[in-house]
Write a protein that binds this ligand. Sequence first.
Ligand code: 5RP
Length: 234
Amino acid sequence: MTTAAASSVSQYSQDELKTLVGQAALKYVVAGSIVGVGTGSTVNKFIDALAAIKDSIPGAVSSSVASTERLTALGIKVFDANEVQRLAVYIDGADEIDGQGFMVKGGGAALTREKIVAALADRFVCIADESKRVDVLGAFPLPVEVIPMAAGQIARRFEALGGQAQIRMKDGAPLVTDNGQHILDVRGLKIADPLAFESEVNQWPGVVTIGVFAHQKAAVCLLGTAQGVQTLEY
Ligand code: 5RP
């Protein structure tokens, strides 16, 4: 289903599209319920919008240190994931989303906590600009969080599948995630069967989390387009 929710004939900048979808996500926040909050530049727009209705919710469960800091700075209480049994909704961005609501995530290195919080939620609402919409996952390098001592063997497994895996670097050293692990970014994959691929890679020794979100796919995508926000339901 597609619904125009903003009206303009003009083009929006990518930043404006992120703002539009961040604001549009507010209507999925359930008053009186804790909301699950993802990570990234699009989610930052959602967090900023959430501040305006913060008195209507008890708070949030956050998927990263960065989002926790932003939520807290805006006066939104952050609950530990272990304090919560279910969330009505989890709102997060994506690096890619296909026509079934399957996603690649982890460009911001927060994929493990994102998957944990998403798994608590009844509904995943993805917020993204239209550059993220793909037919087949794999154009964006696939992030995989790994235990550092297993990085080499995991990279070789991806190479056997036709991918090229590289450790993500930051300031001249391997990036260290909020969980103290490393990220492999894998280029050159076409992920034709996201459910099977996620299951397969998840059981390789040393893989913490693969950035394919197929088992925790989006139920809704608020897609920022030149015509405004489109609501895609899966
Ligand atoms: C972080 C993520 C983000 O949701 C993803 O990278 C999209 O980020 P942005 O909204 O900045 O484009 O998965 O780990």
